[in-house]
Unconditional design. Structure first.
Length: 278
């Protein structure tokens, strides 16, 4: 009755079903893991933003970046901007998803060490191979306040660090790269500027980046449930196809004439009745 399960069609169908079930289960757990990561990130950002402002060197040091658990903590630093070593980070979006640059400017402290400050976003000019004019940062001693960030790398951003870019342009906000170029010891990580004293009131000054979103959790949990429903639907679908196949075969069998019994042979024909002689 079930010998048809050994046909090529049904063997392939069964193997595909057996492969899909664990694949869908794995995809469900992958989406659940992403949901948990998003929730943990939101909690981290919320705690960090609510923390008091501390000097950056309490959470970072030269040659060692901040602990990832300290990301987004409010920190401060005091020094003098080195506008001569300012660079622009390419392909960053600003208001209304407009493409532009992040402005990275080193801040030289009294002890000779530096802090990398992301002053904010500026729009791109008409020629993307030429750095746009950026208003100079405030002169003299400045105290900056902002969110502590870990250095960007290709690994944690997915952004490829391409060589051969136009002058003063880079792909990543990275204190190690800037320290090597500057030749000055620099604290690991960087400050995402939110405020400075004195304030940067120049026309066209970089726009500080918005506070990171820490409210939305996305649809990852719903996707996880969806994948698990798909996993449960595979065996259910296989059973439905099996029952349909059995039903079709039974219906086909009823339509076929019954085969003669091999032991008794075909039923003999009744001879015609002879006519009565007159």
């Amino acid at each position: 009755m079930y010998r048809f399960l050994l046909t090529r069609q049904w063997v392939i169908l069964t193997l595909v079903a057996l492969a899909l079930i664990p694949a869908f289960v794995w995809l469900g757990f992958w989406q659940l893991h992403r949901h948990e990561q998003r929730v943990d990130r939101n909690e981290l950002i919320s705690r960090s933003l609510a923390a008091p402002v501390v000097p950056m060197d309490e959470l970072s040091s030269v040659g060692a970046g901040p602990d990832p658990a300290d990301r987004f903590r409010p920190v401060s630093a005091t020094g003098v901007y080195d506008a001569g070593h300012e660079v622009l980070t390419r392909s960053r979006t600003g208001p209304n998803d407009e493409v532009g640059y992040l402005v990275q400017t080193p801040l030289i402290r009294d002890d000779g060490t530096a802090v990398l400050v992301n002053r904010g976003w500026v729009p791109a000019g008409g020629d993307v191979t030429v750095a746009p004019e950026v208003p100079a940062p405030p002169a003299g001693e400045v105290t900056v306040t902002g969110r502590l960030m870990v250095d960007e790398t290709t690994g944690n951003t997915g952004i490829k660090d391409r060589p051969g870019l136009p002058d003063r342009m880079v792909m990543l906000v990275n204190s190690e790269q800037r320290a090597a170029e500057l030749g000055t010891p620099m604290l690991g990580g960087f400050i995402d500027l939110t405020d400075s004293s004195p304030a940067d009131e120049a026309e066209g000054a970089p726009l500080p980046r918005d506070e990171p979103d820490h409210t939305g959790i996305g649809a990852h949990f719903a996707y996880a449930i969806q994948w698990w429903i798909f996993a449960a639907g595979v065996p259910a679908g296989w059973i439905i196809l099996l029952r349909r196949e059995l039903h079709d075969r039974a219906a086909e069998a009823k339509k076929r004439p019954a085969a003669p019994d091999p032991d008794t042979g075909p039923e003999p024909k009744t001879p015609a009745t002879a006519g009565t002689a007159g």
